[in-house]
Design a protein around this ligand. Sequence first.
Ligand code: ATP
Ligand code: MG
Length: 448
Amino acid sequence: MLWLAFGPFHAMESQVLVIRIRIPNRGAVDWTVSSGPQLLFRDVLDVIGQVLPEATTTAFEYEDEDGDRITVRSDEEMKAMLSYYYSTVMEQQVNGQLIEPLQIFPRACKPPGERNIHGLKVNTRAGPSQHSSPAVSDALPSNSLKKSSAELKKILANGQMNEQDIRYRDTLGHGNGGTVYKAYHVPSGKILAVKVILLDITLELQKQIMSELEILYKCDSSYIIGFYGAFFVENRISICTEFMDGGSLDVYRKIPEHVLGRIAVAVVKGLTYLWSLKILHRDVKPSNMLVNTRGQVKLCDFGVSTQLVNSIAKTYVGTNAYMAPERISGEQYGIHSDVWSLGISFMELALGRFPYPQIQKNQGSLMPLQLLQCIVDEDSPVLPVGEFSEPFVHFITQCMRKQPKERPAPEELMGHPFIVQFNDGNAAVVSMWVCRALEERRSQQGPP
Ligand code: ATP
Ligand code: MG
C-alpha cells in the first residue's frame, strides 16, 4: 500500500503524512495528517491522548536508522524527527520501495483497558485552527475516541451521570472530605475525576446539596474545573469533574517564578470569574489548583454548596492552614480572605515549603486552631527579595496584608505588574514544566 501521496519534493506541505502510533502488545493506530511539516508536538500528544485516554503521555519516541529510540518532547525535536523521516521517505522513493508510515512509540503509557483499538484510523488535518480538535473519521466506533467537551457536557448534563456507567480506576488522592478516583465513563469514553464523600445526612439535605450544585453546570471558564454531574448512592455523594493529568500543585516541588507567574495568571482569572458569579472559593490552596499536560491550570473544590460545606465540616473538624487571619479569628469572610489564601499558596509554591516555619503541615491542611494562632498574631512572612523578582515579592506582600481591606481588589490583582508580566497566554511554559515533572516522577518510581 502507498502511504504518502507525493508531489515534488519542495512541496512537502501538501503531502499527507501517516503516523503509526504503536501501542505495546496491542498493535497500532494509523493517523493521517495533512500538512505534516506544520504539525506541533502538542497535536501528537493530543492524538495519543485520544488513542490511550487512560494513560498520561508526556513524550514519545521514534527509531533512527540504527533502531535506536529517540525521544521527542518539544516542537524542536518534532521538527528533527520529521526532517529525519522525510529524508528516509526520499530514500525509499529513489529506491522504488514502499513508503513506510512514521512509527512513534508513546512514552510511559499504561496499557489501556480492554478496548480493541487494532486498526483504528484517525484522520486529522494539522491546520492552525484544527490543532486542538482533530476530526475523527466516521469509521471509528462512536465511543472509542474523545468526544468534544461541549458534546460531553450535553450528554452528562442530561442527567445521564450515574454509578452504573462509571468504572473506578486508580485513587488519585484522599482529602479531608473524601477520596478522588480516576474513573472511566463508559457511554462517553471519557476519563473523569470522581470525588466520593461519605455523608450521613437526611434525604432532604441531599436534595438541597444537589440543587446547590446546579450552579456548577453554569460555570464556564477555562480556569475552572469542568463539572459533569453529581449523584448520591446511599450515604455517599459522587461529584464528577474533568480529569487533570498533571494533578494538583501541592505535589510539585519548588516551582520556578516564570512558570509560577503563568499559573498565577490562571488562578487569578479563575478566582475573578468565580467572584463575578458571587461565589467565594473558600478553599484556595495548592491542592485545589490542578494542572494538565496541555499547560492548563484550573481551580476546583470551591464552596458552591453551603450545605455540602457544612456537612463535611461536621465530620472533619479542623482549621485550614491557608485561611486568612480574620477567618481564623472567626470574623467575617469575604473576597479578601480568598486573596490571602492566594498569597500564602503562591508563597508556599515559590519557596517549596509552608511559609510559617512553626506550622508543620504533616497530613493535609487541617490543623488545630491553636497552632494557627501565629498567623493571627505575627507579621506576615515576606518572600526573600534577592531570590524573587520585585513584582512577585510585592504581589505576595499585598495579598498577605493582615488587614483585609488593604489587600488588592479583583481588578487590582489583574492589573498587578506580576500578573500583567506573565499574562501572555504562553501555556507551553506550564505544559513543558508539567511534562518534565511527570517524567521525573515516573523515572523515580520505575516503569509502569
Ligand atoms: P481537602 O480535602 O482538604 O480539600 P485535598 O484538596 O488534598 O484536601 P481532595 O480534594 O479530596 O483533597 O483531592 C485529593 C487529591 O486528588 C488532590 O490532592 C489531587 O491531587 C487529586 N485530584 C482532585 N481532583 C482532581 C482532578 N480533577 N484531576 C486530577 N486529580 C485530582
Ligand atoms: Mg481538593
